[in-house]
Design a protein around this ligand. Structure first.
Ligand SMILES: [Zn+2]
Length: 107
């Protein structure tokens, strides 16, 4: 599939973001796993260096979404209650992470 066209988005700040793709697949991404999977350069660098991306999440604290804004047709920019706000989650990234079993659950 072309994985990238999204027909529905639902954000529950303290729980999850649900994304419906144009092949009628809806995926529910939990806030904790989403925060840890942040695709921004800073977080990628930390993961590659074996460092913590979000100490708060790893301590088991609830890190919620404080703001969400579409980044054109490309994806979504999420701000987090741990102060992090540079991550833009491309729809293709989210779908591939689900298809490969790394992120999300079918809703
Ligand atoms: Zn990040």
């Amino acid at each position: 599939m072309s994985a990238g066209d999204v027909v529905g988005i639902e954000v529950e700040r303290d729980s999850h973001m649900a994304v419906t793709f144009d092949d009628d697949v809806t995926v529910r991404y939990g806030v904790g796993e989403l925060r840890l999977a942040c695709p921004c350069a800073t977080c990628v660098g930390r993961r590659n260096a074996g460092e913590s991306v979000s100490p708060a999440v790893e301590r088991g604290e609830l890190v919620s979404i404080t703001d969400a804004a579409l980044a054109g047709a490309f994806g979504i920019n999420l701000d987090w209650s741990d102060g992090h706000r540079t991550g833009i989650y491309a729809w293709t990234y989210l779908r591939e992470a689900f298809d490969t079993g790394r992120l999300g659950t079918a809703a």
